[in-house]
Ligand binder design. Structure first.
Ligand code: ATP
Ligand code: MG
Length: 375
């Protein structure tokens, strides 16, 4: 956020501010921390403030770099970003990075009662978990049976979902990761009402009422996260170990320029390319092609297994702002492509509208957390 905007913004929202009734979402990403505070006014969610801070400098690295900081450093950065954004509340909702968890869907026989599922999930989940069961926390959701699609109703030849199965979404989180987040909070003199794995926050922030399967792509600095969502539920989840910082690294190495300069070039020109540096677009394109080809494999697998096609792709995460990304995506996916606009879910001053559209992808997780807190 530019300094000018920040001061306009903090000017307008400082008047009569209290932390009462507000909901604060905090997303500790691999390259930066994002914070959003909202409040309920007259039955509506209203944006109070937001802010971000790069983590690179806390590891003596450039902004935009992927970090793996010790608790003390993260706590320092967190306190700083809360102060800069004028957040006053002490109770925050915090996201847990997806790499600390495992998400999968179990197919169980339909004869099993819902009460039996609780006992079966840990036993079944053990097959998927590479560490002792005592080191993780397990959560699960029974996925609703989907309705027949329009094509199925009109085409008796089409196979429909077998009625002899129930699908259970299982979410396994490492206790270590939860412990680390608890320490960050206590060292920052904060409390948390809940932790949530980042993709669930992002889904809440980016979805409206989509019913048919949608692919949500979170283009982060360290990795790209793919969630296939149907009826608001995660049906399938994958990570691609490639992100925005890898692109900047390549530009920096190929053109022998510092990381910070490469980061700026990437943001200024993206896939449209720099007229003065003909190879830029190609360097970026290699990574985007890799991400999209991995994504195609995931989609193909999903479509085969579930006999459902993805009708829409939603882009989120800072990397979603890459210039030309949507055009390349339009050639790759046979689906509608959209960039998420999470701030459309909250009221904000009209003069911020344009800024909030561009900031949305980066702040989706933090906003999604705050929205849950407000409910
Ligand atoms: N305008 C832009 N064009 C291209 N890339 C951009 C733009 N703005 C931000 N990015 C990239 O987005 C990435 C940061 O996104 P985000 O804040 O979502 O990541 P993160 O949450 O820190 O990472 P992760 O989710 O992988 O832990 C960086 O690689 C940054 O270079
Ligand atoms: Mg992120």
């Amino acid at each position: 956020m530019s300094n000018l905007l920040k001061s306009i913004f903090s000017g307008f929202n400082k008047i009569g501010r209290t932390s009462e009734g507000s909901a604060i979402g905090v997303d500790i990403g691999s390259s930066s921390i994002k914070v959003v505070e909202i409040k309920k006014k007259g039955g509506k969610a209203v944006l109070e403030t937001y802010g971000a801070i790069a983590l690179g400098p806390y590891a003596d690295l450039e902004a935009g770099r992927v970090t793996n900081l010790p608790v003390e450093k993260v706590a320092l950065a967190l306190k700083e970003v809360l102060k800069q954004s004028g957040v006053m509340g002490k109770n925050i909702a915090l996201s847990i990075p997806i790499q600390s968890s495992l998400i999968f869907v179990l197919d169980l026989p339909a004869q099993i009662g819902e009460d039996e599922v609780a006992a079966i999930v840990p036993t079944e989940a053990r097959k998927y978990i590479p560490v002792p069961i005592t080191e993780v926390s397990i959560d699960y959701f029974i996925l609703p049976k989907r309705e027949q699609s329009f094509e199925e109703m009109n085409n008796p030849e089409m196979p429909s979902m077998p009625a002899d199965k129930i699908n259970v979404l299982v979410v396994v989180t490492q206790n270590d990761a939860i412990g680390k987040h608890r320490s960050i909070l206590s060292q920052s003199d904060l409390e948390s009402s809940f932790f949530e794995i980042e993709i669930f926050s992002s889904i809440r922030a980016n979805f409206e009422h989509e019913l048919s399967p949608v692919l949500l792509m979170d283009f982060g600095a360290s990795r790209t996260k793919l969630s296939i969502v149907e009826f608001g539920m995660v049906k399938s989840y994958h990570t691609i170990e490639r992100g925005g910082a890898d692109i900047t690294n390549s530009i920096s190495k190929s053109l022998s320029i510092p990381f910070a300069e490469a980061e700026k070039m990437k943001k200024d020109f993206g896939l449209y390319g720099d007229p003065a540096e003909k190879t830029l677009a190609d360097i970026i394109r290699v990574h985007i092609d890799y991400i999209f080809s991995e994504t195609n494999n995931v989609l193909l697998g999903y479509q085969k297994k579930n006999d459902r096609t993805i009708s829409k792709v939603i882009f989120t995460g800072g990397g979603a702002l890459l210039k030309g990304l949507k055009e390349v995506a339009a050639d790759n996916f046979r689906a509608e492509i959209e960039t998420g606009h999470p701030f459309s879910k909250v009221e904000a001053p009209a003069f911020l509208e344009k800024v909030l559209i561009t900031m949305g992808p980066e702040f989706a997780v933090a906003l999604g957390l705050a929205l849950r807190k407000l409910q």
